[in-house]
Design a protein around this ligand. Structure first.
Ligand code: OAD
Ligand code: ZN
Length: 256
């Protein structure tokens, strides 16, 4: 299967669809894998809903406290991100659609127009009242200095906004920018092969969009350490580490 996969990959328009498994080697745990954060602590899932975040100051305080010592802070891209970037640079990959909010694919150097961060990212913080954004580190410094639930300091109509602040990552219950979804649909419509890397394919819209295009005839490759619910739809299935498969692709197909 591997040889056939390499051949098809090099002769197809390919879109990569990435999930948390891409960043586990950077020290960021996934959500639903063997050591997933929601497998170990299902309560964390409640804080991931925007309604709870807005309504409950304790959930916000917890979120900010966790963020200070979070593995996201200071994380670096790993070999899988760099291999993906090489494949993009060589024209072997059309687009990287990532559900990850860690910003590591961009940090690996991938050009903005070749990547869609469909769930946003945690590199900035956003005021949910006035829409002001600023670098996440600025907000984290305020938390480090003792503000447990930092609020927006922007002056609006002569008074301080005071709105609740959150990262620019999408929470459950928040709307994804329709422009991002259009971008993804546009690329998937034009590709031949969808390569799902380190995602359990349980979260919409990505899961449903991928399945829609596969049912419409696109080929599907899946790389995941564990089985996923759509393994039966895949022509190319590797229960392997994403870094290994991506390095194999880059080593075999890229002329340095
Ligand atoms: P999941 O945690 O659901 O799935 C990650 C998958 O990666 C699991 O199936 C693991 O088996 C697999 N995996 C882990 N390490 C791997 C490795 N080194 N090589 C290969 N596979 C590996 O994460 P996602 O599918 O990305 O949303 O989850 C989708 C969304 O759910 C996330 O973007 C997040 C969450 O709600 C938001 O943050 C909005
Ligand atoms: Zn504000």
């Amino acid at each position: 299967m591997l040889e056939r996969f390499l051949e098809v990959f090099s002769n197809s328009k390919v879109v990569a669809v990435c999930g948390a498994g891409l960043s586990t080697a950077s020290g960021i745990p996934d959500y639903r894998g063997e050591n997933g954060v929601w497998v170990k602590d299902p309560r964390a899932l409640a804080g991931a809903h925007i309604k709870n975040y807005l309504a409950d100051v304790e959930i916000r305080k917890n979120a900010w406290r966790d963020r200070l010592s979070s593995p996201y802070r200071g994380a670096r891209p790993n070999i899988a991100h760099y291999a993906l970037d090489v494949l993009v640079q060589q024209g072997l990959l059309d687009l990287i659609v990532t559900q990850n909010v860690d910003g590591l694919q961009r940090m690996a150097g991938t050009a903005s127009k070749k990547i869609v961060e469909i769930h946003g990212n945690i590199n900035s913080s956003l005021c949910l009242s006035c829409g002001h954004t600023e670098p996440m580190e600025n907000t984290l410094i305020r938390v480090e200095e003792g503000e447990e639930d930092p609020r927006c300091l922007i002056e609006v109509d002569g008074s301080i906004c005071g709105g609740v602040i959150k990262s620019t990552a999408i929470s459950f219950g928040q709307k994804i920018d329709p422009e991002l979804i259009r971008n993804v649909q546009y690329s998937l419509e034009r590709c031949d092969l969808i390569l799902v890397l380190g995602s359990s394919l349980t979260v919409n819209p990505v899961a449903s969009i991928v399945v829609k295009w596969v049912r419409m005839g696109k080929e599907l490759g899946i790389v995941n350490l564990q089985p996923t619910r759509y393994d039966h739809l895949a022509q190319y299935l590797f229960h392997e580490d994403v870094g290994e498969i991506l390095c194999l692709l880059a080593d075999t197909l890229v002329e340095f």
